[in-house]
Design a protein around this ligand. Sequence first.
Ligand code: HEM
Length: 275
Amino acid sequence: MDHPSDLTMESGDGSNPFVRYVGSEVLLSLQNLRTDAETEPSFLITTQVNELLFKLAHIESVRARDQLEDDDVAGALRTLRRLRNVYTALNGSWDVLTSLSPTEYAEFRDALGEGSGFQSYMYRHMEFLLGHKVAMMAEGHRGHQPTYRDLLRSLGEMSLYDAALRLLWRRGLPVPRDSVERDWSEAVPPVREEIVEVWRTVYTEQDKYADVYLLAEALVDVAFDLCRWRNTHLLSVERLLGSKTGTAGSSGANWLRRVAEQRFFPELWAVRARL
Ligand code: HEM
């Protein structure tokens, strides 16, 4: 059997290659708790893990978008598979938070002040790249110029969904011109009828559009699992706060319920009623 003393702990220069690569010293020094409450570490560390996974989701969304722009559908499908699994990991993280009781959460909630996940800019980058362009969500960060500039850049970028529509258009499907060449920062109508029709063609002529059909379902997988995150967030908030208002000042669960109804890639949801 391998003996631990035979394994490498340090490189020749005395440094620890794992710690150097992972940045453990910085990463593990960031858990700045505000109270002695027993469950605050669960809350803070899970929230930090969520932030990191939002970042990974953003990275994978950008990659999938670029692969679609390069007509590399097989590559985009591989990336979307990883993206979906990022959301699976995010969804699993709620198990840590739902083990808190309302009284345990109340022990440190006041110490959060007005701090709320609503102020997460990584979450907004991720939303923008998935096509949910609400400029106001960038405006809230105007006070911190580097963050604001980055968010405006994301807002102005083509989304993963825009890239999917452009692929359909290059394949000769009748996607309206103003959906494939436009100011990407602008919000679009909730459901564009012509695009629902295009997806209907893809679903009803699966043999002809085999790879695009797989792409459609992979996008729905992603939207489904992100929606699941939002719904579990809502349910967790109901469990911990009931009808209390949020730390950012919203009506709390009522506000989150409306957010949870919003759908990414809306025409892919609308088409289901036409099949
Ligand atoms: C378990 C304790 C949690 C509670 C009680 C809670 C509560 C809330 C509430 C009430 C809101 C609405 C805005 C407000 O008025 O504050 C909100 C928004 C939000 N929270 Fe949480 N939250 C929790 C955990 C988390 C975690 C772990 C994350 C991950 C970073 C997170 C991310 C968000 C995001 C991104 C929003 C904005 C949603 C949107 O605009 O779509 N929350 N949260």
